[in-house]
Design a protein around this ligand. Structure first.
Ligand SMILES: Nc1nc2c(ncn2[C@@H]2O[C@H](COP(=O)(O)OP(=O)(O)OP(=O)(O)O)[C@@H](O)[C@H]2O)c(=O)[nH]1
Ligand SMILES: [Mg+2]
Ligand SMILES: [Zn+2]
Length: 288
């Protein structure tokens, strides 16, 4: 038996990089189907190799799990945003952040295309919330130095809207050649250029994952009343509002709303909170 990690999956086969650095084409054992466990990219596994063919015998417990695309054991979520082209979608950024907080993955905000527009306004919003923010221009060489401290020796996933530059950046930091595409072409096709999921190895240590972006969120596992725990700047001031169990929406003497007024908490973050709170409430009522 050899230990390894699933780095990609194609047509029912899993490609497992084993301890000896060889990549084995593997099938999953039938037992997983019975237990309805599906191996995922990023899984640590035990494989049995016979005549060059491998079979996955065991999947180790996962530290994190994301869906669409399905990936396991991600430590860091690099949320890539373009300062412009495409315009940032604030609600999407905040949803990705909430999702990361909820499953225990460390987020980093990477603001790209700073040659097109300054990313300072966005930077301020997310630094205020307590997140690390990195500014890059993928047309220059500063990208690798800027992001490496956050992803070295970790497994990180790069997520964000189509066209923000995820694959361009990954090509710079992994010395691979992922397909990239012109924005005009992406809009025409209405699709991400990157369609497959693969863990790429970092020369400096660690793995990175280019993704077509997490289009679906498991936010419905969060209770609306506990949503504030997924906003670090709100989580910090727990129990300081007048009413116990304040959800920071309509209550008077709410410290969160005061901090939004004074600018200590970014208005856009609070607006995303209100929007997501409403969505979660709706899911709950619908389930009843
Ligand atoms: N001006 C400028 N253009 C950039 C920068 N980074 C990437 N681009 C361009 O933006 C376009 C989209 O880049 P991709 O790397 O394909 O974007 P992606 O995020 O991988 O997109 P999907 O795979 O569709 O999700 C390409 O034409 C890149 O050359 C940047 O920092 N500045
Ligand atoms: Mg791409
Ligand atoms: Zn409150």
């Amino acid at each position: 038996m050899t230990k390894g990690r699933i780095i990609k999956g194609i047509g029912g086969f899993y490609y497992v990089k084993a301890a000896d650095n060889v990549i084995y084409e593997c099938k999953a054992r039938g037992i997983f189907r019975k237990e309805s466990i599906k191996p995922a990219i990023g899984d640590f596994v035990d494989i049995l190799v016979e005549n060059g063919k491998g079979s996955i015998e065991k999947i180790y417990p996962r530290t994190s799990y994301l869906i669409r695309p399905t990936v396991a054991n991600i430590d860091v979520l690099v949320i890539v945003v373009a300062a412009a082209e495409p315009e940032p979608n604030i609600l999407l950024i905040d949803k990705l952040l909430v999702n990361a907080e909820n499953v225990g993955i460390k987020p980093v905000i990477l603001i790209n295309k700073t040659d097109v527009k300054s990313g300072d306004a966005l930077k301020e919003i997310y630094e205020k919330a307590g997140y690390p923010v990195v500014l890059t221009c993928a047309m220059e060489e500063n990208v690798k130095d800027a992001i490496l401290p956050y992803i070295k020796d970790k497994t990180s996933a790069f997520a964000g809207l189509s066209g923000v530059g995820k694959s361009t950046i990954l090509n710079l930091i992994t010395d691979t050649q992922q397909e990239t595409g012109e924005i005009s072409d992406k809009i025409k096709r209405g699709k991400h250029t990157t369609r497959h999921v693969e863990l790429l190895e970092l020369k400096e240590g660690g793995y990175v994952l280019d993704t077509p972006g997490f289009s679906s969120f498991e936010l419905n596992t969060i209770k609306a009343d506990e949503l504030y725990k997924c906003f670090p700047e709100m989580r910090e001031i727990e129990d300081m509002c007048r009413f116990k169990g304040c959800v920071h929406i309509n209550e008077p003497d709410c410290i969160i709303k005061e901090k939004v007024e004074s600018g200590e908490i970014a208005k856009s973050r609070y607006e995303s909170y209100v929007e997501l709170f409403g969505e979660l409430k709706k899911i709950k009522e619908w389930e009843k």
